[in-house]
Design a binder for this molecule. Structure first.
Ligand SMILES: C[S@@+](CC[C@H](N)C(=O)[O-])C[C@H]1O[C@@H](n2cnc3c(N)ncnc32)[C@H](O)[C@@H]1O
Length: 275
């Protein structure tokens, strides 16, 4: 077993905090500092280094490099699972999507954005739900984006372990939309072709994105400071059709939405509607 790395020097701790913030917008809270050791020690060891201080020395010695990116990506939290926060999917199935299917009957075009897609379960859950609601023959597009190239690679593969498909995915959907590949499960082409993944930093201008009917921005704003949250939500408003819905994680209800949205109770959730 690897021995834990020694405690990090305060100036290096500060350097890492600034590096992570600059690369992702993520604010490393004091009580989350333990994550540095857990997530960066493997990278330090891989580089043949004995401590996080050595890793910082290497990072400080050069400017942008793949190692700089890896350190930022390693500090992202990628936790996700199929149909996470089921009340959101219930609101989609019972209210938001039936309304859209009706208003778009002629154009038969729908567009969605999973804005912090991680390994793809959010986007694919929606794709399966749309298929279950009979959108075959519609032009229904789901865009999944994330900062981390590692999670996007996994999302693109459409392949999940047994443990991952055991989290939130109803057995009937597993059997219908996946096939077994060795010990893993792979999504069928019918689902995969509805979803496109690309790299996108949420702090970027969003002029080229959308317009979307529904944007998922769940379990990501919590990592940002107030100014970052504000500017993301403002930019995001411009990516939605007027009347389009923004879904935030249930712990993100207090996000600074500004006056571009109205709150709407949909089933048991609150959605934010672009005005
Ligand atoms: C906790 S996951 C959320 C996954 C999914 N939305 C859910 O609720 O299950 C947060 C994701 O945000 C990504 N992320 C962090 N900073 C980002 C940024 N500045 N721009 C885009 N994505 C970012 C991380 O890489 C991570 O995969």
């Amino acid at each position: 077993m690897n021995a834990p790395l020694a405690a990090i020097r305060p100036d290096n701790l500060d350097f890492l905090r600034r590096h992570i913030y600059a690369g992702s917008g993520i604010v490393l809270e004091t009580e989350k500092q333990y994550l540095l050791d857990a997530r960066l020690s493997p990278i330090a060891r891989e580089q043949g280094l004995g401590s996080l201080d050595d890793l910082c020395a290497l990072l400080r010695a050069t400017s942008e490099s793949p190692l700089h990116r890896r350190v930022v990506e390693a500090m992202t939290t990628n936790e996700t699972y199929f149909f996470r926060e089921p009340a959101h999917y219930q609101a989609l199935r019972e209210v938001i999507l039936p309304n859209l299917l009706q208003t778009r009957q002629t154009a038969r075009k729908l567009s969605f954005w999973s804005a912090a897609a991680s390994t793809g379960q959010e986007a694919y859950s929606l794709a399966m739900m749309l298929l279950e609601m009979g959108v075959q023959g519609w032009d229904a597009e789901i865009l999944g984006t994330d900062l981390s190239s590692q999670v996007l690679e996994r999302a693109q593969s459409g392949r999940y372990t047994q443990l991952e498909v055991n989290r939130g995915l109803p057995a009937a959907l597993l059997l219908k939309y996946f096939r077994r590949v060795g010990l893993d499960w792979e999504l069928k082409e019918e689902v995969r072709r509805m979803v496109r993944f690309q790299s996108f930093d949420l702090r970027s201008k969003m002029r080229a994105m959308g317009p979307f009917d529904v944007v998922f921005c769940r379990n990501i704003l919590i990592y940002f400071d107030l100014a970052t949250k504000k500017s993301i939500l403002e930019e995001m408003q411009g990516t939605l059709f007027r009347g389009g819905h923004l879904l935030l994680g249930s712990t993100e209800a207090g996000a600074p939405l500004g006056d571009g949205y109205t709150r709407q109770a949909v089933g048991s959730i609150t959605a934010y509607v672009a005005i």
